[in-house]
Design a protein around this ligand. Structure first.
Ligand SMILES: *[C@@H]1O[C@H](CO)[C@@H](O)[C@H](O)[C@H]1NC(C)=O
Ligand SMILES: *[C@@H]1O[C@H](CO)[C@@H](O)[C@H](O)[C@H]1NC(C)=O
Length: 316
């Protein structure tokens, strides 16, 4: 199961037989465990159901037609998991209870994330905003979410990396946006990041040192971007070669024209950046490069391979 859908695990694992309608349960909903779970999904609701017990811990009103729930959930002081997914919300709901730990807002119509809406949610650990229409996140809007570990912004309209994300994040999914550059200060702040998904975006290259300050990072999805296989791509190229070949799957050049559709790691440094090879060979100034580059006789072109300890299977 992908990591981003654990939020309502309890709910998803409840069998239909367990879903008895008990007395304090709102009409049409089911309440598998009294005072704990309240499920009011796919009921065509245009407003929140009345008489949801105030001591509810997990509430799902997913797959309804809710447009606005501002301040209506505030009295639920023990609410820990809330799903508002697949509704018609046009903005991030205001006045949510500060007890929330998991919040599912995927498939709504949210366009902006502003600082005010999230100010109270210091206990949030998972926030799912997949498939909204988010074009901008106010810098620092998420910074107060000091316990946020999993943030999903897949399938929105972001054009840059959100700024001032909380350092607590371990999983960040930004796939299927059109982010065109990785901003180094924003990225370097994410010292606990383990998984970064930024596939299906508009990246053309990765800035030098981009991933060097992220010691826990063990998975980066980068496929389906607009990689320009020229000198600027060499940081990424060498980073992948240093034991991260699995992450290179699907990394294909979009430009220059003569390298379009080629897999980045099947190319030689010579093909990507001829001027670097030429200057290195001529001046022999870079000991690092010299340790990496070896010329083979058969094709007459320079090829690169990583030292055997780093990358035993990869010799071009
Ligand atoms: C929640 O409150 C109802 C009364 O409204 C009570 O019957 C139920 O036991 C309470 N549940 C919990 C888990 O406290
Ligand atoms: C936030 O979480 C802490 C620790 O789990 C808990 O003690 C505190 O009551 C929570 N805050 C709210 C507003 O529920």
């Amino acid at each position: 199961m992908p990591w981003h859908i654990y939020g309502l695990l309890l709910v998803l694992f409840v069998s239909p037989q367990a879903c008895l309608v008990t007395s304090p349960c709102p009409q049409g909903c089911c309440c598998p465990r009294q005072g704990l779970l309240v499920l009011c999904e796919s009921l065509g609701l245009r407003s929140l159901p009345i008489s949801v017990p105030l001591n509810t811990s997990v509430l799902s009103v997913a797959r309804n037609q809710l447009c606005n729930v501002d301040h209506q959930l505030r009295p639920f002081t023990g609410l820990q998991e809330l799903s508002l997914s697949h509704n018609h919300l046009a903005h991030f709901p205001r006045g949510l209870p500060p007890s929330l730990e998991t919040l599912q807002l995927q498939e709504n119509r949210i366009t902006f994330i502003t600082t005010g809406a999230l100010r109270q949610l210091g206990n949030l650990t998972r926030l799912d905003l997949e498939d909204n229409r988010i074009r901008a996140i106010q810098p620092g809007a998420l910074l107060r979410l000091g316990r946020l570990k999993v943030l999903t912004l897949k399938g929105n309209q972001l054009t840059s990396l959100p700024r001032n994300l909380p350092a607590s994040l371990t999983h960040l999914d930004l796939s299927a946006n059109c982010i065109s550059a990785l901003d180094l200060p924003s990225l370097n702040a994410l010292v606990n990041l383990q998984v970064l998904k930024i596939n299906s975006n508009c990246l053309r290259s990765v800035p030098e040192t981009a991933f060097d300050g992220l010691p826990r990072l063990h998975s980066v999805e980068l496929a389906n971007n607009l990689w320009v296989c020229e000198c600027d791509i060499l940081y990424l190229y060498w980073w992948l070669l240093s034991g991260r070949l699995k992450m290179a799957t699907g990394l294909v050049c979009a430009e220059p024209t003569h390298l379009a559709h080629r897999m980045i790691l099947t190319l030689s440094v010579m093909a990507i950046c001829p001027r670097m090879i030429t200057s290195t060979v001529v001046t022999t100034q870079s000991a690092f490069l010299n340790s990496l580059i070896k010329t083979t006789g058969d094709s007459g072109s320079a090829h690169i391979f990583q030292s055997a300890s780093l990358c035993p299977h990869f010799i071009v």
